[in-house]
Design a protein around this ligand. Structure first.
Ligand code: SF4
Length: 462
């Protein structure tokens, strides 16, 4: 009987995609996805260190596994990803029952490390820099995916920026772009397997290719080539850095049919003083003018953003600037975060300027209200329209309903019609009849395109 694995993922889409690649590697080793922790022979935590919460969750879950490990000494436990890259031996100090620790640069080595640890005991292997051979081979491993009709495609790893609050450059290293031809070939392979939507992933997709050409980024060109792949009906990407959003990228978004009308453009703060302290490389007015250029060129563009409340030194005036920029930008969605110091970052050293927790909590709530109002307004403006929806499956909040996404990435819940129950991966037309800040409600009009994939590809990422 095959051994079974479970991959638990913390963090961003990049991590979720890494988990899919890891699952692909383990399946290639003859293992099968487990239903849950009880029937798993191997549990892998793919970690994130961007927020403190992720550390707590990881060490909490590792603590819970201690008893299980005592009962089942054959159970293997591995920790990979950003937190492992940063903490290295500390993971074993805090959780001695862990068998393998691997970092962000050697995910492809994980099966070998697991084999070694089964013979020799605990193994910690963390590389300080990307190994080009592993980067090159990584894409081929993405054959195991959570959704058969949609896929993430890593186009770049690492980051050359130095935002004061961010640990990513320290743990993921400098930017390394995959060659255009390799990315396009991976997308073609995915399309042949029935994938209709791809999301291109990078820490700063706008600078994609700069390391390959030594001069100009190639992101606009990549969008055009990926958008031309037959069978791919939707192309998304995340995240572009506002300072690097170039006119040619906006033009490609406007001109390539497959590129969705969706842009995630992290603002972080509306105060120029705070933006400078964060080392973001733009001012609020520059951000707004790039946003205006994108909206002018791309019809019906939905824009989301990230915002940090309580960055060290943030005054009430700074926060008022954030509220005013957020109100002006009228975002469709905003991911709002309370500043959390990550050891090793510049911001973590600004102890003297930390903002009192009660002040931060009050600002967070005020910002949340502004964000929710604009999200609701933007969604209400869609009521009465007919949207193309890519069906995801039964709704989580009401299994009698179906859920799917519009081209703008908006979640829509709608009821199936008698004799017409679109399967996951199908495209259909839905008339929007209602709106809330985080979703739309609609009525199914008709199925337009049946799913292209033939079978579900097993994965256990959770
Ligand atoms: S652009 Fe800034 S926030 Fe984004 S990964 Fe790079 S350093 Fe971190």
């Amino acid at each position: 009987m095959s051994r079974k694995f479970l991959v638990r993922t913390f963090g961003c889409q990049m991590n979720e995609h890494d988990s899919e690649r890891l699952a692909g590697l383990l399946v290639a080793e003859g293992m099968e996805p487990a239903e849950g922790i009880e029937d798993a022979d191997l549990v892998v935590f793919n970690t994130c260190c961007i927020r403190e919460h992720a550390d707590n969750r990881l060490y909490g879950q590792l603590g819970q596994l201690k008893t299980l490990r005592r009962r089942r000494p054959d159970l293997q436990i591995a920790v990979g990803g950003c937190l492992a890259q940063k903490d290295r031996d500390l993971v074993l100090e805090r959780a001695p029952h862990v068998d393998v620790v691997f970092g962000t640069h050697n995910l492809a080595h994980a099966p070998e490390l697991l084999r070694r640890s089964a013979k020799e005991g605990p193994v910690v292997e963390v590389l300080d820099a990307p190994d080009p051979s592993l980067v090159d081979h990584a894409p081929a491993l993405s054959a195991v995916r959570e959704l058969p009709y949609a896929a993430w495609v890593t186009i770049q790893t690492g980051c050359d920026n130095s935002c004061a609050f961010c640990i990513v450059p320290a743990v993921r290293g400098p930017e390394v772009s995959r060659p255009v031809a390799e990315v396009v070939e991976e997308v073609r392979t995915l399309a042949r397997r029935g994938v209709v939507e791809v999301t291109l992933l990078g820490q700063n997709v706008n600078s994609y290719g700069r390391d390959l050409t030594r001069r100009r980024p190639l992101f606009a060109e990549l969008l055009r080539q990926v958008g031309a792949v037959q069978g791919v009906r939707r192309v998304r990407f995340t995240s572009p850095h506002p300072k690097d959003l170039r006119p040619e990228t906006i033009a490609a978004m406007a001109e390539v049919d497959a590129v969705c009308e969706q842009l995630h453009l992290p603002l972080q703060s509306g105060s120029d003083r705070v933006l400078a302290a964060m080392r973001r490389g733009y001012t609020a007015s520059r951000y707004l003018s790039r946003l205006a250029a994108a909206r002018a060129a791309v019809e019906d563009l939905a824009v989301s953003t990230d915002l940090i409340v309580g960055f060290p030194g943030e005054t009430e005036d700074d926060f008022a600037d954030t509220l005013s920029v957020v109100a002006e930008a009228e975002f469709d969605t905003a991911y709002t975060f309370i500043f959390s110091p990550r050891p090793g970052t510049r911001a973590a050293a600004m102890h003297d300027a930390f903002v009192a927790p009660d002040v931060v909590a009050d600002r967070f709530e005020r910002l949340r209200r502004v964000v929710e109002r604009s999200a609701l307004r933007r969604n209400q403006a869609r009521v009465g329209r007919t949207e193309e929806v890519l069906v995801e499956g039964p709704s989580r909040r009401d299994p009698a309903m179906l859920s799917g996404r519009t081209r703008q990435g908006k979640l829509v819940h709608f009821a199936a019609r008698e004799g017409c129950v679109p399967a996951p991966g199908a495209f259909c037309e839905v008339e929007v009849t209602g709106a809330a800040p985080h979703h739309l409600v609609g009525t199914l009009l008709r199925l337009t395109v049946a799913p292209a994939h033939r079978r579900r590809i097993p994965v256990s990422v959770g």
